[in-house]
Design a protein around this ligand. Structure first.
Ligand SMILES: NC(=O)c1ccc[n+]([C@@H]2O[C@H](COP(=O)([O-])OP(=O)(O)OC[C@H]3O[C@@H](n4cnc5c(N)ncnc54)[C@H](OP(=O)(O)O)[C@@H]3O)[C@@H](O)[C@H]2O)c1
Length: 334
């Protein structure tokens, strides 16, 4: 199976690469392939291990994901970690990539995520979050591929008080939310074989709330306590993506870690897990004014996961613990 990943250097992109690597390591396929390149060559018939999922990584700019990349020929030869430049807002470039690689699945991890800035430049947000996913979906459809596109809880108004399922009506209140809803629509109308996964409050390798809290642990932290959502680890979302793209269960999915909390509750748990006494003060949204209004209640319910699959997402606390153990436990934060 060939996967084309866009936005590969972002939080989700990196988690997805790791998840596919785990999958490959656990599911290597033995095929008879000989040095002459033929599968099942009768003359030589050597057995080789083949990765069930092959991927091509693309991103906003060309780069190598391996730390310590030294520019040697050997390092350049490691195509696995080579992120090739593909600006998904360039329809011709998208088509060129898709038609030359002929993927079975495209996973779009690229996005315009500057929620406040989107209020000033909605056209830029609409192009990257709204139109460009449609370019990918159209190309996917043309080559018979599936597409996985990632959306957000911000497509909802955030004014209710009950968990939102895939059947609830979106009603975005911000330029970012509107651009993401546009993206859902462009993908759904261009490619039948689509998975649109709405997620929230992501933390992975990159800039995110958990890292901001930890980096500012020695100051007094004033954290909003009247916005409730679902903190979700990029690795849990990546597991869901890999699960789904092997299926034909198309349509909209909610994919968040189980449970919910406020930003203040989230911050408290981070420091509790790290065993650090931080000075955190709960505040109201009125005291933390942003250009884009944040939803007061945007708890997503994984309704389709619960009813249509045997897949389980970790709770946000379990996922946070796992994340902190992996990335931060070794650092001296005390
Ligand atoms: N982060 C959250 O809390 C959150 C919440 C809900 C939903 N989501 C959704 O989850 C998905 C993954 O988010 P994330 O946190 O992994 O995002 P991220 O870390 O910001 O990564 C986005 C990636 O997209 C790349 N990109 C930007 N413009 C591009 C372009 N024109 N063409 C190709 N790539 C481009 C970025 O590259 P550069 O950095 O080099 O520009 C970056 O590597 C997105 O769809 C996002 O909307 C995220």
């Amino acid at each position: 199976m060939n996967i084309l990943i866009t936005g590969a250097a972002g939080q989700l992109g990196r988690a997805l690469i790791k998840e596919i690597d785990y999958y490959n390591a656990a599911n290597m396929i033995k095929v008879a392939k000989c040095a002459c390149g033929k599968i099942k060559c009768n003359t030589h018939g050597l057995t080789q291990l083949v990765r069930p999922i092959d991927y091509i990584l693309t991103g906003h700019r060309e780069m190598y994901l391996d730390e310590g990349f030294d520019g040697s020929d050997e390092a350049f030869a490691n195509e696995d970690r080579h992120v090739q430049a593909l600006d998904i807002t360039d329809e011709n470039a998208v088509n060129e990539f898709v038609f030359s690689y002929m993927p079975d699945v495209i996973v779009n991890c690229a996005a315009y995520n500057a929620v406040d800035k989107a209020e000033e430049e909605p056209e830029a947000a609409n192009l990257l979050n709204g139109k460009a996913p449609g370019f990918l979906a159209k190309a996917a459809d043309a080559v018979g591929a599936k597409i996985v596109h990632v959306s957000t809880d911000y497509v909802f108004s955030g004014e209710g008080d009950k968990p939102l399922t895939e059947k609830d009506e979106p009603c975005p209140q911000t330029a970012y939310g509107k651009s993401k809803l546009l993206g859902e629509q462009s993908v759904a109308s261009a490619c039948k074989k689509h998975f649109i996964i709405r997620t929230a409050w992501l933390f992975g390798e990159g800039k995110n709330f958990v890292r901001t809290m930890i980096n500012n642990a020695d100051r007094q932290l004033r954290v909003v306590d009247d916005q409730t959502g679902c903190p979700t680890s990029a690795s849990e979302l990546a597991r869901l993506i890999v699960y789904l793209f092997f299926t034909e269960k198309y349509g909209i999915w909610h994919g968040v870690c189980e449970g919910s909390t406020t930003w203040y509750g989230f911050a408290k748990k981070i420091f509790e897990f790290l065993g650090k006494n931080a000075d955190i003060i709960p505040i109201g949204s009125m005291e933390y004014v942003c250009a884009a209004k944040r939803p007061a209640y945007s708890v997503l319910e994984n309704a389709r996961i619960h009813t249509e699959t045997d897949f389980t997402m970790l709770s946000w606390e379990e996922a946070l613990k796992e994340y902190l153990d992996e990335y931060f436990k070794s650092e001296s934060l005390q």
